[in-house]
Design a protein around this ligand. Structure first.
Ligand code: GLN
Length: 483
């Protein structure tokens, strides 16, 4: 059952081939069998089975949606009513959310079955899932390598078939990078397309939730449920939601693909370049035209991001003070002691590093030199994309510089870790949508192809990804031991 697509699962449930209770039990069993991957922080076994019973009744009454009865797992950054929401941090290890995030609420209304909450880098800060308070997640393709981050639990769970599908969030690459490292399909929607209400904030002007699944076809089904205006999120965009599955089979003849010369410079690893070239050739065969584009400011994306994201995080994380929610230190002697020890003991190293960097960048005297400058660069980067997207329909490139790296390999060197997002971060600064799809293997590890489109062109991106997945089978490979 775990090898089926979401459409096949919905069909199996409706035709009575299996029930949602059976399907849920099957996934719960796999989660137990493969606990060593550390993909889940919390498994909600009891509520999952209760939800499955309700879903089965709903299916029997003919009131099902495309997701009714389908087991899903949520990244532990989405608040879930009465269920622990840790955000991968000790400071929220005891936090039970009093409400559901809009995304969670939407899946609940659709009748999806929540299997549990997925492991992630602490407060979504990381590219390897090693900053999680709950320990590193292992990549099912090679358990000595990272699954990527920060949605590493989501990547590993979908690749290992420990959930039919999952959610992730992407501030600088956290959906696309783990999708690439785990050989699955992940979409970072346009900023404002998916509600951020109840999604614990890291860098609010960059954060965006999105779907992670095996194929573009599955991702389209998930996005259909996740997308849409939410009055509870002031940055949510009030724009109608198209039918994401309707255009999947549109032909690609005449599609104009741009390849940024800055992405395909000599710095790109030669195996990676060869794999991507093969993928782009498939698109040529499908009738696409390929041309070079230039985005001169792309090289400034990492430095600009590592001012803006920490600045926003330093403000967002000030709410964790040991008073209102989360961890509180023992026997504080006064208020300052309460704040400093609760935060000092509750936050991990990477989170503290970001808070310090961000506070510094925002302080009087440095604000103009760092924060304002970074915002100006952000505009230049957006303009580069705008310009390129007047010449071509979509931009393609790598997702990551290399396939998954070893656990422990980069964690001691933050700069090296930050560079693993060199191809994804600019897209968040511009607020654009982008997909990662499996496009081959290097030394047995999956490689992703990134497809970047214009604002709110998710339907087109999914169409482009789906057409590739009709002529290739990279997205159907399963890691050994998880078949
Ligand atoms: N790796 C990047 C960071 O640590 C991006 C993380 C993300 O997208 N949440 O900030």
């Amino acid at each position: 059952m775990h090898t089926k697509s979401l459409t096949e699962l919905a069909h199996g449930l409706r035709s009575g081939e299996f029930s949602s209770v059976e399907l849920t039990q099957h996934f719960l069993k796999r989660i137990k069998q493969h606990q060593d991957l550390n993909a889940y922080i919390t498994v909600t076994e009891e509520t999952a089975l209760q939800n499955a019973i309700v879903a089965d009744a709903r299916i029997a009454n003919g009131q099902s949606t495309a997701l009714t009865g389908i087991p899903i797992a949520q990244k532990d950054i989405f608040c879930t009513l009465d269920i622990k929401t840790s955000c991968g941090s000790k400071i929220l290890d005891n936090f039970i959310a009093p409400y559901n995030a809009t995304v969670v609420e939407k899946f609940n209304l659709a009748g999806a079955v929540l299997l549990g909450k997925l492991n992630m880098d602490e407060f979504a800060m990381g590219s390897s899932n090693e900053t999680s308070y709950y320990g590193a997640v292992k990549n099912p393709w090679n358990i000595n390598t990272v699954p990527g981050g920060s949605s590493g639990g989501s990547g590993a769970a979908v690749a290992a078939r420990l959930a039919a599908c999952a959610t992730g969030t992407d501030t600088g690459g956290s959906i696309r990078q783990p999708a690439a490292h785990c050989g699955i399909t992940g979409l970072k929607p346009t900023y404002g397309r998916v509600s951020r209400y109840g999604m614990i904030a890291y860098a609010s002007s960059l954060d965006q939730g999105g779907p992670m699944a095996r194929s573009a076809e599955d991702v389209a089904i998930l996005l259909q449920t996740m997308a849409g205006f939410d009055p509870k999120d002031s940055t949510s965009v009030d724009l109608s939601v198209p039918d994401y599955s309707a255009g999947l089979n549109n032909p690609l003849a005449g599609l104009k693909i741009g390849l940024p010369k800055e992405f395909f410079s000599n710095d790109l690893n030669s195996d990676m370049a060869a794999t991507l070239e093969t993928a782009i050739n498939e698109y040529r065969k499908l009738g696409a035209e390929v041309k070079e584009v230039s985005m001169p400011n792309l090289r400034l994306a990492i430095p600009a991001y590592y001012v803006i994201a920490p600045a926003e995080c330093s403000a967002n994380l000030s709410r964790f003070d040991g008073v209102r929610f989360g961890y509180r230190c023992e026997n504080p002697v006064d208020l300052t002691d309460l704040y400093t020890r609760s935060r000092g003991e509750g936050f991990g190293k990477e989170v503290k590093r970001r808070i310090l960097m961000g506070t510094y960048a925002l302080s009087t005297g440095y604000y103009d030199a760092y924060y304002v400058k970074a915002q100006k660069i952000r505009r230049l980067i957006s303009d580069d994309f705008k310009m390129a997207l007047t010449e071509v329909d979509v931009i393609m490139g790598p997702v990551t510089p290399t396939p998954a790296f070893g656990i422990g390999e980069k964690i001691a060197d933050p700069i090296e870790m930050y560079l693993s997002d060199i191809y994804t971060i600019a897209i968040n600064l511009a607020g654009l949508p982008a997909l990662s799809i499996p496009a081959g293997f290097i030394n047995g590890l999956p490689v992703g192809l990134q497809i970047i489109g214009n604002y709110f062109s998710e339907d087109r991106l999914l169409n482009i990804a789906h057409q590739y997945q009709q002529v290739t089978d990279w997205h159907q490979h399963t890691p050994k031991g998880f078949e």
